[in-house]
Design a protein around this ligand. Structure first.
Ligand SMILES: Cc1cc2nc3c(=O)[nH]c(=O)nc-3n(C[C@H](O)[C@H](O)[C@H](O)COP(=O)(O)OP(=O)(O)OC[C@H]3O[C@@H](n4cnc5c(N)ncnc54)[C@H](O)[C@@H]3O)c2cc1C
Ligand code: SF4
Ligand code: SF4
Length: 871
């Protein structure tokens, strides 16, 4: 009988002596094992100490790729923060490296000189990046040459981000999953990236040659230069890396190099502790280690290992799915919850996390035996390649590139060995594969639905039973679908099935506004059909019970103004934000900021003189050059707004609205030595055409005269870059606010006219299909760049002519809103109603200080250290 069972028969649970469990490795496997133990009541049985040589809590390593590409923040990837350890009574030694283990004295020795005794030891040290033999890679002292990075840890990701900010050229060595994600991540920062891969095609371990070729084209389209069949001979550079040398002696210049050529199980401690190590630390089906010292035999008493560091039945793994399985078995065994639990190995599938490239691969890349069935569909010019490999009626391999709609069913079939439909093509296309409910019902409870976060079907079912009645609630409770996101469809299907039709689908999440239960296309159709031309008419006809909803008014006003550019029946001002009612930006103290238009950031001496006069006359609190290349007059009272506009005599600069705002430009060909295109003129033309156009959320543009990107066009909602020979690249979906995202390349066009036409088409598409308050950096990824391209460039849905015509009508109906100052729309439009909210007044900048009022004062005579600096 095991020790646990013996004790439990005689000692009450709360007084049972706890065993000391020491975990070496604070990574995904180690902490998953601890979580599984806690779930099985492990806190009653163990005093847990965790050593991790990274100075953090536990984070989702998978998501480092998203951190590098800017799609995720550091904070967003933490699985367990430091307080979690304390709350669960776990003694975390973060930043402390374990040096060796004395298995006979049962003591762990750490690098700080500490000795920690254990009753049970769990090794979960993961793996380390493999640096292949290359001339010049190491310095004399054995350290790696400066500027050469691995990509494994949060610190690596930080170092890469820092390098990306200050350098221009990177070489990535390795065209597997990690190398591709690293290369794409760096390319999103505008770097020139060369990717070297010694096999003949990318991801050769998971893909066949044809799929590899299609993938290569997609990766190249993202701006990465791919070199396959090329082995790097060595790195150049004495103090730091300057390039990578190829076998023919040529050199790829590089400011830094990322080596992503594979991983090696981290077995140092195991070796030093006399455990059996082959490729990894050898474990049995209970995750128990073997003794490796001469004279010792069989399992190593009380020593276990999980994760990438282990070798089980000859296999090592480099993905998370196996470690979830291993952690569960270990916890069952150690707690005595299921003493017969055994790990039998894992079947793994791979998903590439490169925005815009959908790729799922599982099992065999192609047939191996004469009687293997192999079904292939390939459409290389659209970036689509699909295949399945079937052996004895079971799915043993699948590749989905460019169209991953069948992932859910294929993953289940692969994991479960489900019977396959006779008509094999239906595995790749919707021709009648088993309906969702049937296939979901067939899954056993321990099937992993979300690999990134190790969530099983059973956990989702439990969450539903525990009261989560919507997909979002299940996702929040279990973390399912919150990793790479590729399992979301399956999470939805399982949730729906578990709720047995009682799912409170967050339908409202799909409504355009909360007060009217309709999605945007349906709502637009109803408005058009009934010719509803005012917000109140929409409520009257379409809201349940005709009830008006204040929260819905802004969105409806914007939608109606988009749909009826020639004007609404009633201009209901309560349907607008205050900014939109008075056409200025409300500030902290209830005053407003006024920004006159300065197309493309270009102004004249006359305009500047007027601005200066107005600033004096209305006692402006501060004059500030904005990030959008205009002049902001801050601190203007509401009742003064019409007079300010009158005196300025310049049109509105739209610094306030959910609308097209500004086009930032660089100096382009007029003055810049590098200019390849007249960015300033194009910026002015774009702003002239699209000024004031209302959009679901604010819209900012940028145009630059060359890829040096002085006006930051790559991070604008729409960014335009001259690339020479009259050509321009048009990027969409960029952002540089609270979210930072490089735009996606929509198209390269041959003239400014084409830029203007494509920009208008994209804006109108966004106006008609974007959710209320959804920025383009959310809109483009939601639809998928491919879809946006198909609609706008290939006219896949026959929308283009209509989009162009409706944008033209909008442009023709433009009227400068500041003209309202002469005839207020409502009596109180500009009546002082301040303070709107009780806010402290922002102090004006002191006279004489930058931005302050221009009161003539003698220069200060006080000593500088006695001056008070306004904060
Ligand atoms: C950028 C990136 C992207 C990835 N993408 C995916 C993906 O999309 N899908 C997927 O399934 N997998 C992915 N992986 C792999 C996945 O992250 C690993 O499979 C998983 O993290 C392995 O967990 P582990 O606990 O075994 O190792 P780790 O998570 O590496 O944890 C091991 C920990 O032990 C610590 N340690 C080692 N030695 C000592 C010591 N002597 N003393 C103290 N602490 C020590 C290490 O510092 C580390 O923190 C990715 C990995 C990376 C790096
Ligand atoms: S982006 Fe290019 S053209 Fe424009 S100012 Fe910078 S270097 Fe000159
Ligand atoms: S960055 Fe933040 S604080 Fe600064 S102006 Fe924008 S919203 Fe305000």
């Amino acid at each position: 009988m095991s020790e646990v069972l013996e004790l439990s028969a005689t000692v009450p649970a709360q007084r049972r002596p706890r065993r000391r469990l020491v975990v070496v490795g604070n990574g995904m496997a180690g902490i998953r094992a601890v979580e599984e133990l806690l779930e099985r009541g492990g806190s009653e049985q163990f005093d847990i100490t965790v050593f991790g040589d990274e100075p953090y809590g536990n984070y989702n390593r998978i998501m480092l790729s998203h951190v590098l590409s800017g799609e995720e923040t550091e904070e967003g990837i933490f699985l367990n923060s430091l307080p979690w350890y304390a709350e669960n009574g776990i003694d975390l030694r973060a930043g402390v490296r374990v040096d060796r283990v004395d298995r006979f004295a049962k003591v762990v020795h750490d690098a700080d000189g500490g000795e920690t005794p254990y009753d049970l030891l769990l090794i979960a040290t993961g793996s380390t990046p493999f640096f292949p033999a290359m001339e010049g890679l190491h310095r004399e002292d054995g350290s790696v040459l400066a500027g050469v990075f691995g990509f494994r840890t949060l610190d690596d990701a930080r170092a890469l981000l820092a390098a990306a900010r200050t350098h221009r050229r990177a070489v990535v060595i390795g065209g597997g999953l990690l190398g591709l994600e690293a290369a794409h991540g760096l390319a999103t920062h505008g770097l020139q990236v060369d990717l070297l891969h010694s096999p003949q095609h990318l991801m050769n371990q998971q893909l066949g040659p044809e799929a590899g070729r299609v993938l290569r084209r997609r990766i190249e389209e993202l701006g990465v230069r791919v070199h396959t069949g090329v082995r790097s001979r060595g790195v150049r550079g004495t103090d730091r890396v300057t390039g990578v040398e190829l076998p023919d002696g040529s050199v790829l210049d590089a400011d830094f190099v990322v080596v992503a050529a594979g991983i090696r199980p981290n077995t140092d401690i195991a070796l030093r502790s006399g455990l059996e190590v082959q490729r990894g630390i050898v474990v049995d089906d209970r995750m128990q280690c073997s003794a490796g010292e001469e004279g010792e035999e069989g399992t190593a008493e009380d020593v276990y290992a999980v994760g990438e560091c282990v070798q089980h039945r000859g296999e090592t793994y480099g993905l998370v799915a196996p470690l979830w399985d291993q952690a569960g078995v270990l916890a069952d065994h150690l707690t005595g919850a299921r003493p017969d639990a055994a790990y039998h190995g894992s079947r793994t599938s791979t998903k590439l996390k490169v925005a815009g490239v959908d790729l799922v691969a599982m099992g065999l890349p192609g047939p191996e035996r004469d009687d293997d069935e192999f079904v292939v569909f390939s459409e290389p010019h659209r970036g689509i390649y699909l295949n399945v490999v079937i052996r004895a009626g079971r799915l043993v391999g699948a590749t989905l590139l460019g169209d991953v709609r069948k992932t859910a069913f294929l993953t289940q079939a692969f994991d479960q060995g489900l019977p396959l439909p006779e008509e094999r093509m239906s595995l790749l296309f919707d021709l009648g594969s088993p309906d969702e409910a049937t296939s979901v019902a067939e899954l056993s409870d321990d099937v992993q639905v979300c690999n990134c976060n190790g969530v099983t079907k059973g956990k989702i079912v439990d969450a539903v039973a525990g009261g989560c009645t919507s997909v979002n609630a299940v996702m929040a409770k279990t973390k399912a679908g919150k990793g790479c996101g590729s399992c979301k469809t399956l999470v939805e299907q399982v949730t729906e099935w578990a709720a047995g039709g009682n799912l409170t689908v967050d339908e409202s999440a799909n409504w355009y506004v909360p007060g009217i239960p309709m999605g945007k296309p349906e709502l637009m159709a109803a408005i058009r059909e009934r010719r509803l031309r005012s917000v109140s008419a929409v409520f009257r006809e379409l809201a349940p019970g005709g009830v008006e909803d204040a929260k819905s008014k802004m969105g409806l006003t914007s939608l109606l103004r988009m749909m009826w550019p020639e004007g609404l029946d009633q201009d209901e001002r309560d349907g607008r934000f205050i900014n939109d009612r008075v056409h200025a930006n409300i500030q902290r103290d209830g005053t407003f900021s006024v920004v006159p238009q300065m197309k493309g950031g270009v102004t004249t001496a006359e305009q500047l003189r007027k601005i200066a006069d107005v600033a004096d006359k209305y006692d402006v609190g501060m004059i500030k050059v904005t990030g959008g290349q205009r002049v902001d007059l801050l601190g203007i009272r509401k009742e003064d707004l019409p007079k300010v506009w009158e005196d300025l005599g310049m049109p509105s600069g739209y610094a306030y609205g959910k609308s097209f705002r500004t086009v930032k430009t660089c100096v382009g060909t007029d003055f810049c030595r590098f200019g390849l295109g007249d960015s300033t003129q194009l910026g002015i033309d774009l702003e002239t055409r699209f000024q004031g156009v209302e959009t679901p959320a604010k819209l900012k543009l940028g145009v630059v005269g060359c890829p040096r990107n002085c006006a930051e066009a790559y991070v604008k909602d729409i960014g335009v870059v001259a690339i020479g020979a009259g050509a321009w690249e048009v990027y969409v979906g960029g952002a540089a606010g609270a979210t930072v995202r490089k735009g996606d390349l929509l198209a390269t066009v041959g003239s400014p006219e084409e830029v203007i036409a494509l920009t208008g088409r994209f804006i109108q598409f966004y106006r008609e299909w974007g959710n209320w308050l959804e920025r383009t950096y959310e809109f483009v990824p939601r639809l998928g760049l491919d879809r946006v391209k198909k609609v706008l460039l290939e006219d896949s849905d026959g929308l283009v002519a209509g989009l162009d015509a409706r944008m033209q009508a909008t442009v023709e109906n433009y009227r400068d809103p500041w003209l309202e100052g002469r005839e207020p729309v409502t009596e109180g439009q500009f009546r002082p109603s301040l303070p709107l909210v009780d806010l402290p007044l922002v102090p004006g900048r002191p006279a004489g200080a930058p931005g302050g009022t221009t009161v003539a004062l003698p220069l200060p005579t006080a000593r500088p250290d006695s001056l008070e600096v306004p904060r």
